[in-house]
Write a protein that binds this ligand. Structure first.
Ligand code: GLY
Length: 435
């Protein structure tokens, strides 16, 4: 078996590992923007090439004739790489562009939820011009301002986090309007979680809930990032999340998959990632992604008991109803090491050194290998994942591994610690009691 992997970050390195672990012993071919040292080691061939060059990728796929291609990042999914590969007769894991809009257009996602009466929808309005925007924003207690398109997790601005007054939010919205549509929403209070579900268009199989940490610095301070680290628990819930909440989230994902088919005529296949928030009024949707999360993929694939390639084939062939997903009863903690200055003014082309730890897994992100040295290219550099019988054990393993990294880097020591988790639990308890 041959598999072609298209990707960019440590998410791709982790997917590569899950692929080569398969009992079918597939040969892995990969296209990534740089020579990712992790994927290079795992693949038969790694080509460093921009992943938005579709003619190049389609030609390469035609040459190697993989059993399937796996498209990991949001941009090529949004622009239709899966459509192009399928036109060339290459089966692919990942949604076509018409349904990947659930991630690439925030207005499409909200209007779909509204039209098909999907639960978990906050108050929102889409604006293409200033008219009525101020009045609407002022009718909400606090607001969130979202550009319509992809922003790498960094374009959404939240009152209280990124700006203080409604006027400041409106001035950000004005800037967005110069380029395209803007979505204004009510700000939701609660604790966020991600649920990444395998979909073949008909069947939805959930992985386990994970909590990501978007802010750059400890105690949830600083600018938003792509995600500084994440954790999952051995009971496959989260300390503030019960089974009934995961069931609510599952129903929302299922209804969204059906709505996408009705709206576009095209089945959503691949991973539908629900970015949820538990509020005192139940589970609400912050956003959808049409792919695995980064870092959340690492919390899930490292404890997946099934053969990952078999699950991918079931997604592609529409036979997910024949699969039962199983995960080990282990906790996981992932910590990202990022270059100094990330995400606003990262140092670039700086060396990073590390000693592989027996206790934790490591995955390479934005790193180029030159003459045996690792150079950071500016984005999240390396992810370290501890796996244990408890969160405490998993966190310790991840942190011990991160401590062995040297270079102009930083990381969040607090991810997965008792203190931060207790803070999240207390936050949720307080909200549930509030009027
Ligand atoms: N960690 C958030 C994302 O992958 O979008």
């Amino acid at each position: 078996m041959k598999i072609l992997l298209i990707g960019s970050t440590a998410r791709t390195d982790c997917i590569a590992e899950a692929i080569i672990r398969s009992a079918s012993k597939p040969e892995l071919f990969a296209v990534m923007p740089s020579l990712n040292p992790g994927v290079k080691k795992k693949a038969k061939e790694l080509i460093a090439h921009p992943v938005m060059d579709f003619p190049f990728i389609v030609d390469y796929a035609k040459k190697i004739q993989p059993d399937f291609a796996f498209v990991a990042p949001d941009d090529p999914l949004a622009e239709g790489l899966v459509n192009e590969l399928e036109k060339a007769g290459i089966k692919s894991f990942g949604p076509k562009k018409e349904v990947a809009r659930i991630e690439s257009s925030k207005s499409f996602a909200r209007e779909l939820m509204q039209k098909y009466k999907i639960d978990g929808l906050p108050k929102f309005k889409v604006f293409s011009e200033k008219k009525g925007m101020q009045e609407y924003a002022k009718s909400l207690e606090k607001i969130v301002v979202k550009p319509d398109g992809l922003t790498g997790g960094k374009g959404v601005h939240v009152q209280g986090d990124h700006f203080d007054s409604i006027e400041q939010g409106l001035s950000y919205a004005d800037k967005i309007l110069e380029k395209g549509k803007v979505v204004i929403e009510e700000k939701l209070e609660g604790e966020e979680f991600s649920l990444q579900s395998f979909c073949d268009g008909k069947t939805v199989l959930d992985s386990i809930p994970v909590q990501d940490h978007k802010r750059a610095f400890e105690n949830d301070l600083g600018p938003n990032t792509g995600g500084m680290g994440s954790y999952s628990c051995e009971n496959h819930l989260l300390p503030f999340l019960e089974k009934k909440h995961v069931e609510e989230a599952h129903k929302i994902i299922e209804k969204t998959v059906l709505a996408l088919k009705k709206e576009t005529g095209i089945e959503f296949t691949g991973i539908l990632y629900g970015g949820f928030i538990l509020t005192k009024n139940g589970v609400k949707v912050i956003e959808f992604n049409a792919r695995f999360g980064d870092p959340e993929v690492m919390n899930v694939l490292l404890i997946l008991k099934n053969d990952f390639v078999e699950v991918c084939l079931a997604v592609i062939n529409g036979t997910l109803n024949k699969i039962k997903l199983e995960f080990e009863s282990k906790a996981t903690v992932c910590k990202y090491v990022v270059p100094e200055g990330y995400p606003i003014a990262s140092v670039k082309n700086q060396f990073i050194e590390f000693k592989p730890s027996k206790e934790a897994k490591h995955f390479f992100g934005a790193i180029d290998e030159k003459n045996g040295n690792y150079l950071m290219t500016g984005s999240r550099a390396m992810a370290f994942v501890g796996i244990g019988n408890s969160l405490t054990e998993a966190e310790k393993k991840a942190q011990n591994a991160v401590n062995l990294v040297q270079g102009k880097v930083f990381f969040r020591k607090d991810i997965g610690t008792k203190e931060l988790i207790q803070k999240r639990v207390n936050h949720m308890k307080k909200l549930m009691k509030s009027e």
